[in-house]
Ligand binder design. Structure first.
Ligand SMILES: CC(C)(COP(=O)(O)OP(=O)(O)OC[C@H]1O[C@@H](n2cnc3c(N)ncnc32)[C@H](O)[C@@H]1OP(=O)(O)O)[C@@H](O)C(=O)NCCC(=O)NCCS
Length: 152
C-alpha cells in the first residue's frame, strides 16, 4: 500500500532522482528542491511504498497576488512503472486540501504545450485551460500553457 506524507530534507536525494527520472529538461536541481523543502510557503508531499521507496511527489507553493492567495503547482511526478494507478490523482487531492487550509482560492500551474497526458490528467481534475500561453517558458524553448482551478 502506498502512503502519503510531508517530505523532509532527508528525502532530498530521492526527490532529486525522481525529478531526473520524470523530466528530461526541466528537472529541479538539488538546491531548488532543498529551498522548497525549507520554505514554509511550500508544500512537498511524497508517495511512498511500504519498502520506503518514494515513487512520486507533488510540489506547490502559495503566492500572494494582490490581496489574494494563489496556489501554484510547481511539479508533479509519478515514476513510470507506478503510473495509471491513481497516485498522482491522490497527490493533487492532498495538495488541494492543503491549499484550502492555507486560504487559497485559486490554483494555477504551467504545463508543456506538448504534454497532452498531463493536460488531460488535470482536465479530469477540473483544471481548465486558460488563454495564457507563456512563450519559451521552458529552458528548451518550449511554450507553457497555464491551467487554473478555483477552490471552494
Ligand atoms: C502526469 C502524471 C503525474 C500522472 O500520474 P499517474 O499516477 O499516472 O496519474 P493517475 O494514475 O492518478 O491518473 C492517470 C490516468 O490513469 C487513470 N487511472 C487512475 N487509476 C487507474 C486504475 N486503477 N486503473 C486504470 N486507470 C487508472 C486515470 O483515470 C487517469 O486518466 P487520465 O490521464 O485520462 O485522466 C504522470 O504521467 C507523470 O509523472 N508524468 C511525467 C511528469 C509530468 O508530465 N508531470 C506533469 C507536469 S505538469
Amino acid at each position: 500500500m502506498v502512503t502519503y506524507g510531508w517530505a523532509s530534507l532527508l528525502d532530498l536525494p530521492s526527490l532529486e532522482q525522481i525529478e531526473k527520472d520524470c523530466f528530461t529538461t526541466e528537472a529541479f536541481h538539488r538546491r531548488l528542491i532543498k529551498n522548497l523543502l525549507m520554505n514554509p510557503k511550500s508544500i512537498v508531499i511524497k508517495a511512498t511504498l511500504p519498502t520506503g521507496k518514494i515513487i512520486g511527489n507533488i510540489i506547490g507553493v502559495t503566492q500572494r497576488v494582490g490581496d489574494e492567495s494563489v496556489g501554484r503547482i510547481f511539479s508533479l511526478c509519478v515514476l513510470a512503472e507506478h503510473q495509471k494507478k491513481g497516485f498522482a490523482t491522490k497527490l493533487v487531492r492532498l495538495i488541494e486540501e492543503e491549499f484550502v487550509l492555507r486560504g487559497v482560492k485559486r490554483i494555477k500551474l504551467e504545463v508543456y504545450v506538448n504534454n497532452i497526458t498531463a493536460q488531460q490528467f488535470y482536465k479530469r481534475l477540473c483544471y481548465s485551460m486558460s488563454t495564457i500561453v507563456l512563450p519559451g517558458f521552458y529552458s528548451d524553448g518550449t511554450d507553457a500553457l497555464v491551467m487554473i482551478k478555483g477552490l471552494p
